[in-house]
Design a protein around this ligand. Structure first.
Ligand code: PEP
Length: 260
């Protein structure tokens, strides 16, 4: 069975390094040394070093929220893969919908960032998902196909096996609306089918595909129990250590039970 990955995307929160350290410490203390579920925290860039210090000695991974494809040079405001590794990052979120839709990031950009992350030996978490209009006009699969084929172009099966995908329906992010377990599982099965076609069954079985979109303590167990849902990318509920730990606990219970 694939090990579940529960990652907290803090987005543009909190405001101070002290608050970031306190939040990370709350998660660290609550998780202890458990490794039955993989956990990662994605604070803003400026708090990565501070959070890395707090997480020392814990199995929790440290994720950046973005990466640039060039390594060095005249690229004002950008951060490269080797820089992220230098401050302790293990993971990086790429192509979050708030960047695809808010910052005009294309699947081509995502592909370049993904290759830079792999070159730096970071575990990429590549986000894909349809908007409400796209779902209502029955374009979900078409949109996902474009995002999958564009974002993952040129990867070998072995590289693909090391990429985490996060299916995040845009209409469910930060809205309190969640895809039902049936809706989410159907899309995850579609993604797994595409991975099988393009990269082969052995690789497709290894790829961790998270769900994201208003995952909360009260809906996590149902979502994480779905056969093709291998974890969660959590926004709002990751800002309270207690809520995030409750989602991790739901994952641990699913892991202990096993999935068919
Ligand atoms: C996210 O930030 O990726 C996310 C899913 O946010 P939320 O859990 O708040 O919907």
């Amino acid at each position: 069975m694939r090990t579940l990955l529960i990652a907290g995307n803090w987005k543009l929160n909190p405001t101070t390094a002290e608050a970031a350290a306190a939040l990370a410490d709350g998660v660290k203390q609550g998780l202890g040394s458990a490794t039955d579920v993989h956990v990662a925290l994605a604070p803003p860039f400026v708090f990565l070093t501070r959070v890395d210090q707090v997480l020392e000695g814990s199995p929790i991974g440290l994720a950046a929220q973005d990466v640039y494809w060039e390594t060095n040079g005249a690229f004002t405001g950008e951060i490269s893969g080797p820089m992220l590794v230098d401050v302790g990052c293990t993971h990086v979120i790429i192509g979050h919908s708030e960047r695809r839709h808010g910052q005009g990031e294309t699947s081509g950009h995502v592909n370049q960032k993904l290759k830079a992350a792999l070159a730096a030996k970071l575990i990429p978490i590549v986000c894909i998902g349809e908007t409400k209009d796209e779902r209502l006009s029955e374009k979900t699969e078409e949109v996902l196909l474009e995002q999958l084929s564009g974002s993952l172009a040129g990867l070998s099966p072995e590289e693909m096996a090391g990429v985490v995908l996060a299916y995040e329906p845009v209409w469910a992010i930060g809205t309190g609306l969640t895809a039902s377990p049936e809706q989410a599982q159907a899309v995850h099965a579609f993604i797994r089918g595409w991975l099988t076609e393009v990269f082969g069954e052995a690789t497709a079985r290894r790829v961790v595909v998270q769900y994201g979109g208003s995952v909360k303590p009260d809906n996590a167990a149902e979502l994480l129990s779905c056969p093709d849902i291998d974890g969660a990318l959590v926004g709002g509920a990751a800002l309270k250590a207690g809520d995030f730990l409750a989602i991790i606990k739901a994952g641990q219970e699913v892991a202990a039970r096993g999935k068919s």
